[in-house]
Ligand binder design. Structure first.
Ligand SMILES: [Zn+2]
Length: 677
């Protein structure tokens, strides 16, 4: 039996995908699965077991994911009209499918039957955990609701899925719609060449809000009015005052989302959406989250004020700027960083060609966990730039595969993320399907084909972050897909492996492995390296306060919303938090919330604090490597075995203690964030 072929033949045929047929296919599978579920429940009545009920369900879920997965992925990386339309058509089918199981009273009773049977004790702890998690999922899917409430619950789910998707589409359209043609060469002064090449069009330049372009202009453009203009366009995206038009205004959608989520929470017996959100997280109560965040505010606030004062003084002394505006902060910060450390993110680019970075990243994963990465060429992908790798362990066993899509495109959504293509799962023919991941970034594509993209160190950190998620997904040893890799892991801990892996970007012993000058092949000079490391916590309190502002905003709106709140609610909460903790100037037209897709369109509603929460875990976990050696293979194996391989087969706190021998403390987090106590 060939597990490798099982996996490779299950990969999506991206070049031959007829996206417009997927909604119909999906509907047909939905109907078939309805019948299959019914007969499973009929045939095994009063004798339900893992093997006769839950295993077949895992296989059905795998089949379903193989149909919708590729389209959902294309919706993110190749968002052209037919893809978007097909995906939109699938949304109600997806909701119906999830409710088919989540709302099946007989299925709920059947799983309860297994839970209460004598067989339960004989199941692996992983399967026991899956069953317990399933029962909680049933509760959260409204199984206890009466018929009228159930119908309402279903309508809420459908409306939420449409509204959140619309929020994201508005944002994408609004981002693409804005363009500024620059004809005066003096306006592009200071912008690095690799961006100039990107935006040059014969005798003029076209500035857009594509993330690498936006960031480079905010950081480097000497022309203050250009910065102001692009800042304003970006911060008002998808709002009622966006300069590119108000047809993508997200204002109403945001209130709709809060209202729907609140109603959902109350239907399920929670006081608000924040409480509901915590039901499946590591944090137990909203108060615990507020305490965690407010504690950090207290520790960092004064240092952030000092940071900002120093920044203002610097601008007055060196740049003749009397007051700092919002569009000056990134620019002046970069100038100050250069003055203090005489170093810029761009200075590192020639030392960070993407192929060298990848080679180093794979070497590090090899040193820590014994993994080997091999590029495979003849795999169908959605774009010629996409690469495909096989990952094998020290015993030469295949562990999984990954698609690597590094570069920005107009049809690709912004940011960087990892998603699962296939899950580790024993198939019906007894072959093992290996996990396959999509790793997506938005780096600027090299000017000429075959050349290397020159990354900034920040971009390298992003790549390591996403690779941390990828390793979590593909190194899992759990063969029941519902508990493998990132599946079922508490949301506020899911960033543990990713933030943890970032630490190697900052280690003197590790940096030479992924950096070498593109022309000379020389390592980063010693003093440059020292500067990079000492600049790591440059203005870190300012950065932390920004994360805290986002986290508090997200948690407060979800904890405090009720139906009495009017359209001013969101802005009022945000203003109040800013008044309390913000140390930087905020312009009155700031509509950051309209593009905060993490919480309004992604899965981070009442969960943005998770980044800091997981950082608490990852900082503390890394202390073990500092003590025992950052490439200590035994420590690496201990992390692999206790955290990466186990998925959600047990609560994350148990995995953490198994690795670390103790609960995490806040000290390592404060130190890593550069907060001096
Ligand atoms: Zn992440």
């Amino acid at each position: 039996m060939n597990h490798m072929n099982t996996t490779l033949s299950a990969l999506p045929h991206f070049q031959h995908l007829h996206v417009e047929t997927i909604p119909t296919q999906l509907s047909m599978v939905l109907e078939r699965h309805k019948k299959e579920l019914e007969s499973l429940l009929q045939e095994n009545k009063e004798n339900y077991t893992w093997d006769n009920l839950l295993y077949p369900l895992e296989i059905m879920s795998d089949e379903w994911h193989k149909i919708i997965g590729p389209l959902a992925h294309l919706n993110g990386v190749h968002n052209i009209k037919p893809v978007r339309e097909a995906y939109q058509k699938c949304l109600p089918i997806l909701t119906e499918y999830s409710l088919l199981f989540a709302h099946s009273q007989p299925l709920y009773e059947a799983i309860k039957y297994i839970r209460n049977s004598t067989d339960f004790a004989r199941l692996t702890t992983t399967r026991q955990k899956i069953i317990n998690d399933d029962l909680l999922n049933f509760k959260l899917a409204g199984i206890a609701l009466n018929t009228t409430e159930k119908a309402r619950f279903k309508a809420i789910q459908e409306a939420l899925s449409q509204t959140c998707n619309q929020f994201e589409n508005h944002l994408l359209d609004a981002t693409q719609a804005w363009k500024e043609t620059v004809t005066d060469e003096s306006m592009i002064a200071g912008i690095p060449d690799y961006i100039i090449n990107e935006i040059k069009n014969k005798d003029h330049w076209i500035v857009t809000l594509e993330p690498p372009i936006y960031q480079a202009i905010m950081m480097y453009a000497d022309h203050r009015t250009l910065r102001e203009k692009i800042y304003q366009a970006n911060i008002t995206r998808a709002s009622e005052i966006s300069p590119s038009g108000t047809q993508w205004d997200n204002s109403r959608l945001m209130m709709d989302i809060l209202k729907l989520r609140h109603e959902e929470a109350q239907l399920l017996g929670y006081a608000n959406y924040a409480e509901l959100s915590l039901a499946q997280k590591m944090a137990d109560t909203p108060q615990q989250v507020f305490d965690f965040l407010n504690n950090l505010v207290q520790k960092a606030h004064q240092q952030a004020k000092n940071d900002f004062k120093a920044l203002t003084l610097f601008a007055q002394e060196h740049l003749k700027l009397d007051t700092l505006e919002a569009w000056d902060i990134a620019y002046v910060s970069e100038k100050r960083r250069q003055a203090e450390y005489n170093i810029s993110q761009n200075d590192f680019r020639p030392y960070l060609p993407h192929s060298i970075v990848l080679e180093g990243l794979f070497t590090i994963a090899n040193k820590l966990y014994g993994m080997q990465f091999k590029k495979i060429d003849d795999i169908e992908t959605w774009h010629p730039d996409v690469m495909f790798y096989e990952v094998t362990d020290a015993d030469k066993h295949i562990r999984g595969y990954l698609y690597l899509d590094l570069f920005a495109r107009p049809t690709k959504r912004g940011g960087a993320w990892m998603d699962n293509c296939l899950n580790r799962q024993y198939m019906a023919d007894k072959t093992l399907q290996y996990p396959v991941a999509y790793l997506n970034c938005n780096f600027t594509k090299p000017a000429n084909p075959g050349e290397d993209a020159l990354l900034s160190h920040d971009e390298v950190v992003t790549l390591f972050h996403e690779c941390g998620h990828t390793l979590h997904h593909i190194l899992t040893q759990i063969n029941d897909s519902s508990a493998g890799g990132i599946q079922g892991v508490e949301w506020d801990a899911v960033e543990l492996p990713s933030q943890f892996f970032e630490h190697w970007c900052w280690q003197k012993e590790a940096i030479p492995l992924f950096s070498r000058h593109i022309k000379t092949g020389l390592p980063i000079p010693k003093e440059m390296l020292e500067k990079l490391l000492s600049a790591k916590n440059f203005q870190s309190a300012l950065y932390l306060m920004r994360q805290l502002e986002f986290s508090l905003f997200d948690f407060h709106i979800h904890a405090e919303y009720d139906t009495q709140k009017d359209a001013t609610f969101i802005q009022t909460v945000l203003n109040k938090i800013r008044q309390d903790i913000s140390v930087i100037p905020i312009v009155s037209y700031n509509r950051f919330q309209h593009s905060f897709s993490h919480i309004f369109a992604g899965g981070y509603g009442a969960g943005y604090y998770s980044y800091l929460w997981a950082e608490l875990l990852s900082s503390d976990a890394f202390v073990a490597f500092e003590k025992e050696g950052i490439f200590n293979p035994e420590t690496g194996q201990r992390f692999l075995k206790n955290i990466l391989e186990v998925g959600s087969s047990r609560p994350i706190i148990d995995s953490f203690i198994a690795f670390r021998g103790q609960k995490p403390t806040i000290d390592a987090l404060l130190r890593d964030l550069g907060i001096k106590n």
